[in-house]
Design a protein around this ligand. Structure first.
Ligand code: NAD
Length: 459
């Protein structure tokens, strides 16, 4: 599969860990670094710590052979040709990306730079970050010729992260030096030349040896902007369909039909046209805010992004109003809640709109019994069990004796629930679906009154 490259990945979270095991799967030798010793110990012991399809099998296949874990960035960096920075870039109080973790890693790398290295921004960072990384390394006494900084943004989605990494719609490499671009091209060669897809037992996905994924070479700044612009555009698409769903509610139209009619236009496409309780997660909210902040700092009017955020925040308030309209008063009501993760197929609850909804309902005096296939343990740290908050081990138990059942996360398995069984469990036959998981007629046929987003209620 081409030549094996020695790689260091700094940050062993969703992106760093997935990148590390996938690079190993592509034939490279990887040292994965984290400054959290408990995380490193768990990973060394084979515990992935996060819920991701294919991750346990790849970790077990390569742990202690092609992937090792350490807290020692210095030795990992010294032995690597490329050092990927995959640490967090959370939102600061002002909306900017907080780049202090990236800066700390850059300074640490500088202390151990003894031969030419390619330093790769894998974290999502604002335009010009590559220049700041270069400056901090130079300030630490390192000659400009000893390193290059390139941008290689990551587009994986939590829930299908491994498959996305090995079958990427595109690989973007932003490099201002040919030497650095070549190192990145070598690293991704098993995917771009199709050799990975010729092997037996590969992680399945849309690409093949005959039709491998494309690698787009750009300037470093363009690559940085590509990532922010992509996430902001996806958030825009969600806010757009949410605004359309509100218009559908006001006119008794059906947003599902409208989205289908729009999505069949190949210029628009059907994806990300599902209305709901708003986008969330660890990326979209912070990336839209950071992109808006970059535009502000550059004196560019991008108030469209402020509107995207405003519609997103309104969507949760509208859902609360929907619950109130269905149940009249909220104080003392017992609600079953399905879904806590920010989206289906993940245990990630960072900036989860589902959790925010639960908090809003608790503030209104409701009590909640919640079920999520993967995110209950993480949620308990934010919403501990109490007389108002309890957790169940299955969806039917969450519905037991509840005044209504709310669906807040689009787990595919919720779509297979037995409506009659839910109807029997509930005290009142009311389902309020913030994710449009069901055909209204099917739910109504089981004897439930069904409220969803942008579609007429069904009885
Ligand atoms: P994460 O919080 O899961 O992981 C970050 C890791 O970095 C943590 O394990 C932390 O302990 C470690 N870390 C922090 N400082 C460190 C240091 N100085 N040295 C070594 N390790 C350090 O974050 P994530 O979700 O993997 O996101 C990482 C970056 O990738 C962010 O910029 C994010 O925006 C971007 N991104 C995330 C996703 C996603 O779906 N999660 C997708 C694409 C891009």
């Amino acid at each position: 599969m081409g030549k094996s490259v020695n790689i260091a990945v700094v940050g062993s979270g969703y992106v760093g860990l997935v990148a590390a095991v996938c690079f190993a799967e592509m034939g490279h030798q990887v040292t994965c670094v984290d400054n959290d010793p408990r995380k490193v110990a768990a990973l060394q012991g084979g515990d992935t710590l996060i819920h991701e399809e294919h991750l346990p099998e790849l970790l077990n296949r390569y742990r202690n052979t092609k992937v090792t874990f350490t807290t020692d960035l210095g030795s990992a960096a010294e032995n690597a040709a490329a050092i990927f920075i995959a640490v967090g870039t959370p939102q600061s109080e002002t909306g900017d990306a907080d780049l202090s973790y990236v800066e700390a890693v850059a300074c640490e790398i500088a202390r151990h730079l003894t031969s030419y290295k390619v330093i790769v921004e894998k974290s999502t960072v604002p335009v010009y970050t590559n220049e700041w990384i270069r400056r901090s390394i130079e300030r630490n006494g390192i000659d400009r010729k000893m390193f290059d900084v390139v941008s290689n943004p990551e587009f994986l989605r939590e829930g299908s992260a491994v498959g996305d990494f090995l079958h990427p719609d595109r690989i973007v490499v932003g490099a201002d030096s040919e030497r650095a671009a070549q190192v990145l091209q070598d690293i991704y060669a098993p995917l771009t030349d199709g050799s990975y897809y010729k092997q037996a037992n590969i992680i399945p996905g849309p690409f093949s040896a005959d039709a491998p994924p494309p690698l787009l070479l750009t300037s470093t700044k363009s690559a940085e902007i590509i990532k922010h612009a992509s996430n902001a555009f996806l958030a825009l698409k969600i806010s757009f369909i949410n605004a359309v769903s509100n218009l559908c509610e006001a006119t008794d139209a059906n947003v599902q039909q409208v989205a289908q009619g729009m999505g069949l236009d190949s210029r628009i496409g059907p994806r990300f046209l599902r209305p709901g309780i708003g986008y969330g997660g660890s990326c979209f909210p912070k990336d839209v805010a950071a992109f808006r902040s970059v535009a502000d700092q550059m004196g560019v009017d991008f108030s469209l992004l402020t509107e995207v955020e405003r519609i997103n925040a309104t969507q949760k308030k509208r859902f609360l109003a929907k619950v109130r309209a269905a149940l009249w008063t909220l104080r003392g009501k017992k609600l079953g809640v399905l879904g806590l993760a920010f989206k289906g197929d993940t245990d990630d609850i960072r900036d989860s709109p589902a959790i925010e909804m639960v908090q809003m309902l608790l503030a209104e005096g409701c009590s909640v019994c919640a079920f999520d296939p993967a995110a209950v343990e993480r949620t308990k740290a934010v919403l501990p069990e109490s007389d108002k908050v309890s957790y169940s081990t299955d969806a039917y138990a969450a519905a037991e004796d509840a005044d209504a059942l709310l669906i807040l996360t689009d787990w595919a398995e919720f779509g297979k629930l037995d409506m009659k069984k839910l109807r029997t469990a509930l005290r009142y036959p009311i389902m309020i679906d913030g994710r449009n998981m069901f055909e209204p007629a099917t739910v109504a046929a089981a004897g439930l009154t069904y409220y969803s987003v942008g579609r007429p209620a069904a009885h």
